[in-house]
Design a protein around this ligand. Structure first.
Ligand code: TYM
Length: 365
């Protein structure tokens, strides 16, 4: 059977980019495989990954902050419809095999490959062609950020994932995971690890509402740049009405010259009813086609009309999520979430045993 694995960092309440790029797909995969018990679904709150960015310096409340964010992320996953009876939902750090396999993979993974990864280079704040030799730039960088993709490879490989649903920004990491798997298999002369297939969301890259040439992100300073799954209707409306577009007051689709308007059209195409999203997902028709069709349909309309339609569509799509989120967080005085996480961790730990036994035997541990 298929094994589906994906992860999300607990860096705050998930945003619309996380939702359309990944979480909605997770729910769809759950629903689509409801009758097929041979498909297993693992969705992890990757708290170890979040350590590369979330922790403040000289702050005694780091522990409390991360614990709260993990809970909020798990609550959001339940609020959008993931079912703990169907999916294994767990905190990454509760399953030590992730870190153990990471070390084992580190001993065959290539530093050269890692240093060419886009995300690392952007954190280095060097130009794409610059080398890893600027002493000053390196001094403040943490080893964990550099080896981040190795932990991510361990996440999927330890569970023998066959399919990994993610947004476009993660596809390079998954290419690396495949490379690590084949490299490891090669060294040990046997097919121990399964190179996973990337399931790229049709949403690919949802852009920031304030800087439409950058992806919507949890770390962006301007809160109006993203819609959180828990934003109330008024907040959603005001963020979308304030979205940065351009001075042409007409609806046309052109990613290069009109990134702001085009992002709104893509959002609308993805959000307006499940059916379109499903159609885009299953027919492989690209989001461009759907967004272009909407632009044609809205020809002659103003940007204000487009924004209102996007806002109402997003509000409709997120209806109920905010209330369920609040309920789930409070359920049983918070104990419900702990139970879900503990149950998931047990199942996840069980699932890692097979991989770890084989890997340790092959290595000689
Ligand atoms: P993270 O936490 O940044 O994001 C979670 C998921 O949301 C997608 N995403 C987006 N999709 C479209 N547009 C956007 N603006 C946008 N922003 C985020 C991401 O592609 C991702 O699918 N390294 C991963 C977490 C991870 C993981 C894994 C994923 C750790 N181990 C193993 C898959 C498999 C990350 O930082 O995602």
């Amino acid at each position: 059977g298929a094994i589906i694995f994906s992860g999300i960092q607990p860096t705050g309440v998930p945003h619309l980019g996380n939702y359309l790029g990944a979480l909605l797909r997770w729910v769809q995969l759950q629903d689509a495989t409801a009758a097929d018990k041979s498909t297993q679904l693992f969705y992890s709150v990757v708290d170890l990954h979040a350590l590369t960015s979330v922790q403040a310096t000289n702050s005694a409340s780091n522990g409390a902050v991360l614990r709260q964010r993990r809970r909020e992320t798990l609550a959001a996953m339940l609020a959008i419809g993931l079912d703990p009876d169907r999916c294994v939902l767990f905190y990454q750090s509760a399953v030590p095999a992730h870190s153990e396999l990471m070390w084992l993979l580190s001993c065959t993974a290539s530093v050269g490959y890692l240093s060419r990864m886009t995300q690392w280079k952007s954190k280095l704040q060097l130009k794409d062609d610059a080398s890893f030799s600027d002493e000053k730039a390196r001094a403040g960088l943490k080893l964990g950020l550099f080896s981040y993709p190795v932990l991510m490879a361990a996440d999927v490989l330890v569970h023998r994932a066959t399919h990994v649903p993610v947004g476009e920004d993660q596809s390079q990491h998954l290419e690396f995971a495949r490379e690590v798997a084949s490299g490891f298999n090669h060294v040990h002369g046997q097919p121990l690890l399964v190179p996973p297939t990337t399931l790229l969301s049709p949403a690919r890259r949802i852009m920031s509402l304030q800087q439409p040439t950058q992806k919507m992100s949890k770390s962006h300073a301007d809160e109006r740049s993203r819609i959180l799954l828990t934003d109330d209707d008024k907040t959603v409306r005001s963020k979308i009405m304030a979205a940065l577009t351009d001075s042409t007051n007409a609806v046309t689709y052109d990613l290069k010259t009109r990134p702001g308007v085009s992002n709104l059209l893509e959002l609308l195409a993805l959000v307006e009813g499940d059916n379109l999203y499903r159609a885009v997902t299953s027919s492989n028709a690209s989001i461009e086609v759907a967004a272009q069709a909407l632009a044609t349909e809205m020809e002659g309309k103003t940007l204000g009309v487009l924004k209102k339609r996007v806002a109402e569509a997003v509000i409709g799509r997120l209806a109920g999520v905010r209330d369920r989120f609040a309920d789930v967080l409070e359920l049983d005085g918070g104990a419900y979430l702990d139970r879900v996480a503990d149950h998931g961790a047990k199942q996840a730990r069980n699932n890692t045993a097979e991989t770890m036994d084989a890997v340790r035997t092959a290595i000689g541990l």
